[in-house]
Design a binder for this molecule. Structure first.
Ligand code: THU
Length: 147
């Protein structure tokens, strides 16, 4: 599968996941889709909480799902979309700093950099980054001798 086909598949899956965002406080829906080594996709959406600080980002939810399935080492690429619920988001949404660190755990565990495809909630351009570009000089499990 070409890079553009992978990007389109991940962005479509992330948009589908964003439909299940629980974001009644911010009205900002985020969807994440993880491409796994076997070609399958694991999705996540943000989960807000009335105790605001407990809210979970879409990317973190997706990584937690993959890890809970025993697949922490198997993530190869990520699609992320976000925007105000019910509005056409134009600008690509990039992962917050905490999610970059969470994704770095999976990247180092799998001994690979992650391709990151980012777009708006309903459309707009797709931007490509690698996790190493978004989180250079990362601290991770390798520093603790885990990988
Ligand atoms: N959010 C994500 O799900 N991922 C990010 O990378 C950035 C922010 C969520 C958290 C909160 O529910 C809403 O977007 C607004 O910050």
């Amino acid at each position: 599968m070409s890079d553009s086909e992978t990007a389109a598949r991940l962005i479509a899956a992330a948009r589908g996941a964003a439909a299940n965002a629980w974001a009644p406080y911010s009205s900002f829906s985020v969807g994440a889709a993880l491409l796994m080594t076997d070609g399958s996709i694991v999705t996540g959406a943000n989960v807000e909480n009335a105790s605001y600080g407990l809210s979970l980002c879409a990317e973190t939810v997706a990584v937690a799902k993959a890890s809970a399935e025993g697949r922490m080492r198997d993530i190869v690429a990520v699609g992320i979309v976000g925007g105000m619920t019910g509005e056409d988001g134009i600008e690509p949404i990039l992962p917050c700093g905490r999610c970059r660190q969470v994704l770095n755990e999976a990247a180092q565990a799998g001994r690979r950099d992650l391709d990151m495809w980012c777009s708006g909630l309903t459309g707009g351009p797709v931007a490509h980054y690698t996790l190493a570009e978004l989180l250079p000089h990362a601290f991770g499990p390798a520093n603790l001798g885990i990988v």
